[in-house]
Design a protein around this ligand. Structure first.
Ligand code: TYD
Ligand code: MG
Length: 455
């Protein structure tokens, strides 16, 4: 019998080492190395494992290669199409990550049952056929071309894939599958790598798009390792607060489209509903204006979205004031507070500051800075900001209001949503008041913006 060969893998980044080490040299994490069996048994190789596919490829002239864009497959889900960069590219491998219970299985089952004119194979290693069928009933659609398989062995999966010949393959989830080529347990780094590599080969050779669901660790990284992200063509991450109904699909890597594209869904009793006009849901339409609320015109991917920033400033009950932020970078909040203190003379050093972006959204757009600062000042002074004012500008360390990109889209969105005034940077060139009905204030310093808002 062949001697069992083992190796040690970092469970965080997937780095390999012949012996155990305490600290991973590639990701600097401590105590992440786990011993895994890596002995391959080539006899039972799957149809798409490297040992059987020795197909030699030939070079082609660049201009003779068929263009991918012409063959994109549009799904019956506009949000997903947009996040993927305009439909799914045949033969692409898409990794779909997210915390447990966020709705990954629901979304992909929804994709499966909506594609009535395509053959879909939905393979689950997590749930029974009955559970999947009950979920499909909840979603309320049925598709006779959707096949469900509950299986965890890669070898059996590929036998069925060969038999069904699906147009789209969905795997829920990569962490539950096991290849006989390796002896390590499902979910280990070497298994995840091996299974993904087999799906990658299958996708590229058959031209079938493959969706892989992957779990996210409690630290927020895709479980099983960064290596997975390198192998696949696109990584979509499902975000959102489980206590909110809104779910965001963000693209963090996409070989066939732009990243930072955002898809928004609402989780209902009967599945995930696409949200076509996100600005409407993210702003609370209170007749009576409260202090500490401001509206920012941001851009997520290609779409302008208006989001509500909420701040609460109160006197610190204990010696050290608290700074807490949900949906906004805490370091950036601290920086903006320092700018307010130093440049505008606001004494916030002894105050607790809480910041929240409504709807469980995570805002990365720098244009939200001005709205954050104004919400904080509004709460501090207990003066509400006029409900007709929208803000879009970045703040520099010197307190200068800086220009942000795609200003016309931001202004148009604010106008569309019925805002009467928008405050932007003076340094945004090419903005002409007579092109818009909304009143545009162009300011260069934070004091000017304060004067407009609070009089
Ligand atoms: P699920 O897709 O199982 O999450 P994941 O695969 O990411 O672990 O989603 C589970 C949650 O979604 C569950 O808490 C119930 C909720 N849900 C709805 O609110 N409405 C629905 O129609 C469905 C199918 C699920
Ligand atoms: Mg699931």
């Amino acid at each position: 019998m062949a001697k069992t060969k083992t190796s040690f893998f970092c469970q965080n980044c997937g780095a390999e080492s012949p012996k155990w080490v305490g600290k991973c040299a590639s990701c600097n994490e401590w105590n992440t190395y786990v011993e895994e069996v890596v002995q391959k048994t080539p006899k039972s190789a799957t149809p798409f494992s490297s040992s059987t596919t020795q197909r030699a490829s030939k070079p082609h002239r660049l201009n003779e290669i068929e263009k991918l864009e012409e063959r994109r497959m549009m799904l019956q889900d506009n949000e997903l199409n947009r996040v993927l960069g305009g439909g799914i590219v045949p033969g692409s491998l898409v990794l779909f990550g997210g915390e447990p219970g966020i709705g990954k299985s629901t979304l992909l089952l929804q994709v499966a049952v909506r594609e009535t004119n395509k053959k879909i194979l939905y393979i689950s290693g997590e749930e029974s056929e009955q559970q999947i069928s009950m979920r499909a009933d909840r979603i309320g659609k049925s598709n006779e071309n959707c096949f469900v398989l509950t299986e965890t062995s890669m070898q059996n999966i590929f036998i069925q894939v060969e038999a069904v010949q699906p147009d789209i393959l969905i795997i829920d989830s990569i962490q539950t599958l096991q290849s006989n080529n390796l002896e390590s347990s499902p979910g280990s780094v070497s298994q995840i790598k091996e299974c993904t590599a087999e799906f990658l080969r299958y996708a590229k050779e058959s031209g079938t798009p493959v969706f892989l669901i992957g779990h996210i660790t409690k630290e927020g990284a895709l479980a099983g390792p960064k290596v997975l992200e390198h192998m696949v063509d696109a990584v979509l991450v499902f975000e959102g607060d489980r206590n909110h109904v809104y779910r965001l699909v963000r693209s963090v890597k996409n070989r066939f489209g732009s990243t930072n594209e955002l898809g928004i869904y609402e989780m209902n009793g009967n599945g995930l509903r696409e949200v076509e006009n996100p600005s409407e849901i993210l702003i609370t339409n209170n007749e009576e204006r409260l202090s500490g609320i401001s509206i920012a015109s941001t851009i997520e991917g290609v779409r302008p979205i208006l989001i509500e920033v909420q701040a609460l400033v109160s006197t610190a009950a204990y010696g050290t004031p608290q700074r807490s932020s949900t949906g906004f970078d805490l370091r950036r909040l601290n920086m903006l507070l320092a700018v307010l203190e130093k440049r505008c003379g606001f004494k916030l050093g002894a105050k607790d500051v809480f910041l929240n972006i409504a709807g469980g959204i995570k805002a990365n757009d720098p244009a939200i800075d001005l709205a954050v600062v104004c919400a904080i000042m509004s709460s501090n002074a207990n003066i509400p900001i006029d409900a007709g004012i929208c803000l879009a500008a970045e703040l520099s360390l010197s307190g200068e209001i800086r220009a942000v990109n795609r200003m016309d889209q931001r202004i148009t969105e604010a106008e569309k949503m019925g805002f009467e005034q928008i405050i932007i940077s003076k340094f945004n060139k090419g903005i002409n008041q007579k092109d818009y009905a909304i009143k545009i204030h162009q300011v260069s310093k934070i004091e000017d913006a304060i004067r407009i808002i609070f009089g």
